[in-house]
Write a protein that binds this ligand. Structure first.
Ligand code: HEC
Length: 149
C-alpha cells in the first residue's frame, strides 16, 4: 500500500516537474498545434456547443469563427459575467479560459471543468480556428501576444 502511494506521488512530481522545467512559450506551443487532434478534444464540448456555420445554440453558443471574435457576440443569452468579461477571444484568452472557465469568468455559466493539458487547449484552438470564415494566423497571433501587442 505504502509503496503504491509513494509511486503515485513520484509520478505526479514527474508530471509537474516536466511542466516546470521548461515552460513553453505560446509561440512554441502553437508551432505544434494539430487541428485534427483538436477535433477529438471537441468531443468534450459537443454536448453543449455546435461548431458549424449557422449552427444552433445548445446549452452554450455556436462556436463557428470563435477565434478572434468579440466575446459574447452570438445570438445567445450569455451570463452577465461573460458580458462583463468583454473584449476579444484572442488566442491567449482562449487558452486561459479553456483551462479553467469558472475561475477565469467567475459567475459564468459554462459548467465545464476545463482542459488541464496545455496541448489539448492549443489543439482545440487550432480546430476552432479552422472552423471559421476568417482564420487567424495562430503563430503570428501568439507572437503578437508575447510582444505585448
Ligand atoms: C456543460 C456545457 C458546456 C461544455 C461541456 C462546454 N461549454 Fe463552452 N460554454 C457553455 C456555456 C453555457 C457558455 C456561455 C457562458 C456564459 O455566458 O457565461 C459557453 C461559452 C463558451 C465560449 C465563449 C463563446 C462566446 O461566444 O463568447 C467558448 C469559446 C467556449 N464555451 C468553448 C468551449 C470549448 C472549446 C469546450 C470544450 C473543450 C466547451 N466550451 C465546453 C457551455 C459548455
Amino acid at each position: 500500500m505504502r509503496r503504491v502511494k509513494w509511486m503515485a506521488a513520484v509520478s505526479v512530481a514527474a508530471v509537474v516537474g516536466l511542466g516546470g522545467a521548461h515552460a513553453q512559450s505560446l509561440t512554441e506551443r502553437f508551432a505544434v498545434a494539430d487541428p485534427a487532434k483538436g477535433q477529438k478534444v471537441f468531443n468534450k464540448c459537443r454536448a453543449c456547443h455546435t461548431i458549424e456555420e449557422g449552427g444552433p445554440a445548445r446549452v452554450g453558443p455556436n462556436l463557428w469563427g470563435a477565434v478572434g471574435r468579440p466575446v459574447a457576440a452570438r445570438d445567445y443569452s450569455y451570463s452577465d459575467a461573460m458580458i462583463a468579461f468583454g473584449g476579444v477571444w484572442s488566442v491567449d484568452r482562449l487558452d486561459v479560459y479553456l483551462e479553467a472557465p469558472r475561475t477565469v469568468v467567475p459567475g459564468g455559466k459554462m459548467a465545464f471543468v476545463g482542459l488541464a493539458r496545455p496541448e489539448d487547449r492549443i489543439n482545440i484552438i487550432a480546430y476552432l480556428n479552422q472552423n471559421s470564415g476568417a482564420p487567424v494566423d495562430l503563430g503570428a497571433a501568439a507572437a503578437a501576444v508575447e510582444a505585448g501587442q
